[in-house]
Structures are given as structure tokens and as C-alpha cells.
Design a binder for this molecule. Structure first.
Ligand SMILES: [Fe+2]
Ligand SMILES: [Fe+2]
Length: 161
């Protein structure tokens, strides 16, 4: 069953959103590197690469289902934040926003009675649970333990493989 035109369009929009996310995390990594948080910088670069992987996975699925994947124009991303706490709050907010986008895609697949797309989107529903939890844990650690948390988190997140 070929994917519907409506879902094809929505998936291409999501591919664009994943690329935007990737650029956002790249910009955040540059900000952290400049501010001396090289652990956060390294973690964010891996985060950026992971978002691109999402875009590739979505494009691959779209092509398998007879659709066409497109690379559209990517809107500019923010370049600076007040401090790392402010930045990680934005990471959390952004991941919550992405979760909403994924939920909408799943709703569309259900409306289309497109089981293959439903199945495909469920993995991203699960992925978003992890993404939100990670960001929210970082935010609450910094809020509770301030500078100490910043120092420890920077070295812990810098070890991400
Ligand atoms: Fe993603
Ligand atoms: Fe993400």
C-alpha cells in the first residue's frame, strides 16, 4: 500500500523538523564550547547527529512506501542562550514540541488506517519519552544543585558514546 499524499507531505514536514532540531543542537553545542562546557558541547553534537538519523529513517521509510523524500529550506535556529540552564530548558521544551508533532503523525496514520505508518511512528513515540526524560533530568539537576550540578553534568554528559 502506497503512503497517502497527506502523510507523505506530513512526513516531509517532519523530516524538515528533524533537520531543524539537528541544527538547533549544533548551535547549542557551539554555544557550550564557547562558554567552556566542552562536555555539553560533545553531548549536543551527538544529539545533533541523532536528529539527522531520525530524518534519514523517515526519508527511508517514505521511499520504501512509494513516496518522495525532500530536503526543504531549513529555518534559522537561535544562536545564544542566557546560561546552560536556560539552554537545557529550551531543549526540554523543544522535545515536548517534537513529541506533539509525532503524536499528530500517529493520529494521521490511524485516520488513514495505515498500519505500517502507525508501527513506524510508535518507535518515535517511545524515543520521545526518553528524549523528554533526559532533558528534564538535566534541568532539575541544575535547578537543585546549581554550579555543582553543572560541573558534574558537563563531565558526565561529555562521556556519551
Ligand atoms: Fe528527533
Ligand atoms: Fe530529539
Amino acid at each position: 500500500m502506497v503512503i497517502s499524499k497527506k502523510l507523505e507531505k506530513a512526513l516531509n514536514e517532519q523530516i524538515n523538523a528533524e533537520m531543524w532540531s539537528s541544527n538547533l543542537y549544533m548551535a547549542m553545542s557551539f554555544y557550550c564550547d564557547k562558554e567552556g562546557f566542552s562536555g555539553f558541547g560533545g553531548w549536543l553534537k551527538k544529539q545533533a547527529a541523532e536528529e539527522l538519523e531520525h530524518a534519514y529513517a523517515m526519508a527511508g521509510f517514505l521511499i520504501q512506501r512509494g513516496g518522495t523524500a525532500k530536503v526543504g529550506k531549513i529555518a534559522e535556529v537561535p544562536a545564544s542562550w542566557k546560561n546552560p540552564l536556560d539552554m537545557f530548558k529550551k531543549v526540554y521544551e523543544h522535545e515536548c514540541h517534537v513529541s506533539e508533532l509525532i503524536n499528530k503523525l500517529l493520529d494521521m496514520a490511524v485516520a488513514d488506517k495505515d498500519k505500517a505508518s502507525e508501527d513506524f511512528f510508535w518507535q518515535f513515540v517511545r524515543e520521545q519519552v526518553e528524549e523528554e526524560a533526559t532533558a528534564s533530568e538535566i534541568v532539575s539537576k541544575i535547578e537543585k544543585f546549581g554550579q555543582t550540578a553543572l560541573f558534574q553534568l558537563d563531565s558526565r554528559l561529555g562521556q556519551r558514546k
